[in-house]
Design a protein around this ligand. Sequence first.
Ligand code: SF4
Ligand code: SF4
Length: 93
Amino acid sequence: MKRLSIEERLGTDKFLVDDELPHITLDKNICNTCADKPCVKACPAGLYVLQGNEVSFDYVGCLECGTCRVVCIPKGLKWEYPRSTFGIEYRFG
Ligand code: SF4
Ligand code: SF4
């Protein structure tokens, strides 16, 4: 059996995006005062991107791992699981 890379495994997952209700939202005022912005390095899906000194974020592709919730000490984000039937459906493992 062929051993799959992380990218290949993630590629088998399916997302049903809730366009009406993002399950993670950022408070830009708090994020702008956050010196280290650990979410940028911690998110395994790379959804937090540093643009200049500001963090941009897109919840599409979220793996619902909760890592950003843990590393965000300044509490600049609001984190909920997606509404029922939305979010990621793992297909491998
Ligand atoms: S760690 Fe939290 S407060 Fe800091 S930039 Fe990321 S989401 Fe904003
Ligand atoms: S829950 Fe995980 S995958 Fe989703 S944004 Fe946070 S760190 Fe990234």
